[in-house]
Design a protein around this ligand. Structure first.
Ligand SMILES: *Cc1c(COP(=O)(O)O)cnc(C)c1O
Length: 359
């Protein structure tokens, strides 16, 4: 039998999460973020599953939209970083993509190469994240430039830096900047977009016609507030490949990071950081082995991890293992590895086979 480590992508769970997201955002238009190969889930199968359920897609750069168009995805696709140069703007126009303009240096390229269509230009405003976006005092002038160039329905967007912290003072400041910016524009009020997953789930009081979730569609944040109904889409699974007994006081793995506090039974599982399992997972990080959670112990290797199964006498060679998925929430494992679930999803390597189910 080949190495049993594999990734499963549950497209039914993805569709389910899109429906939950719709329910949480009544009356909003839904733009699904499928950048970074749909957060590691496979952009084409995910977009094909989501297409009947959402209004548009978002990718980071034009190249990421190419294979979506090749696969027959005809919904609008917004390029979140906008064109990098004038040729890139031409590609965006040729693929009939929508584009963000985050800086005035992109304006001439967009004016030259984008067709005059509703909502295909999204002007990004810096309300306090200070990563991308035009400054608020330049908004009225740039807005007029867009209208004069014939873009009749640009969308105004911003991005929140503290959505994960809930209704914090810093989010309140960004919300104030957002309101002021909207007030500075001539009527009618433009279409707008501000909310990502954490902002949707945190029900942050910030206006916007379009929501832009990514992470929650893939089942991230599923332990939070009203979203316990979200289902994990990605599972990383394997099987126990070896079992040994070690005496109290012996160490396991590189650098002896874990020393047996009692006579112990140790399972070795063929998954490691070379597959995308986080190297920084701490002693005690949860691993599901056939019906029971057991603690990871010892340092994560490139190809293997070790798990304490002293309290799980039924675990044996060939027992099913889940590293994350239905039993081990990705956010929980991320916390035990001092990272975020986004990195686990996107850093799955090409080594474990990916299998798509449902959809
Ligand atoms: C990635 C991204 C999102 C989606 O964020 P999630 O936290 O995954 O929901 C929304 N807006 C912008 C500008 C992004 O870059």
């Amino acid at each position: 039998m080949p190495r049993p480590t594999h990734v499963t992508i549950d497209l039914d769970a993805l569709a389910h999460n899109a429906r939950i997201t719709r329910r949480l955002t009544p009356g909003k238009r839904l733009m699904a973020c499928v950048k970074a190969d749909a957060y590691g889930h496979g952009a084409v199968p995910c977009a094909q599953t989501l297409a009947p359920l959402v209004d548009a897609f978002a990718v980071a750069h034009a190249e990421e939209a190419h294979n979506l168009r090749d696969a027959g995805i005809s919904l609008p696709i917004l390029v979140l970083e906008g064109p990098f140069d004038v040729t890139d703007a031409k590609t965006i126009g040729d693929l009939a993509l929508w584009t963000v303009v985050h800086s005035d240096h992109q304006l001439p390229w967009v004016i030259e190469h984008l067709p005059r269509e509703n909502a295909n230009v999204w002007l990004k405003l810096d309300t306090g994240m200070h990563r991308l976006g035009i400054q608020i005092d330049t908004l009225p002038a740039i807005w007029s430039q867009l209208l004069e160039a014939g873009f009749h329905d640009p969308v105004l967007m911003t991005h929140l830096a503290f959505a994960e912290q809930g209704s914090s003072e810093l989010t309140r400041q960004q919300a104030n900047q957002w309101r002021e910016a909207l007030a500075s524009l001539p009527s009618p009020t433009p279409h707008t977009s501000a909310l990502n997953s954490a902002a949707i789930i945190g029900e942050l009081p910030i206006s916007g016609d379009w929501v832009r979730p990514g992470y929650m569609l893939y089942g991230g944040l599923s332990a939070n507030g009203p979203t316990t109904e979200l289902r994990p889409v990605m599972s990383l699974r394997s099987e126990v490949m070896a079992v040994r007994h070690i005496p109290q006081g012996d160490s396991v793995g590189y650098g002896g990071r874990w020393i047996a506090p009692r006579p112990s039974r140790i399972a070795t599982v063929p998954v490691g950081y070379g597959d995308g399992y986080p190297r920084h997972a701490a002693n005690g990080a949860p691993v599901w082995i056939e019906g029971q959670e057991c603690p990871l112990i010892g340092r994560v290797s490139m190809d293997m991890v070790t798990v304490d199964i002293t309290d799980h006498p039924n675990a044996t060679i060939g027992s099913a293992v889940e590293l994350w998925g239905q039993h081990i929430g990705i956010d929980r494992l991320a916390q035990a590895a001092d990272t975020i679930g986004y990195t686990l999803m996107t850093q799955i390597s090409s080594r474990p086979a990916r299998q798509w189910t449902g959809g």
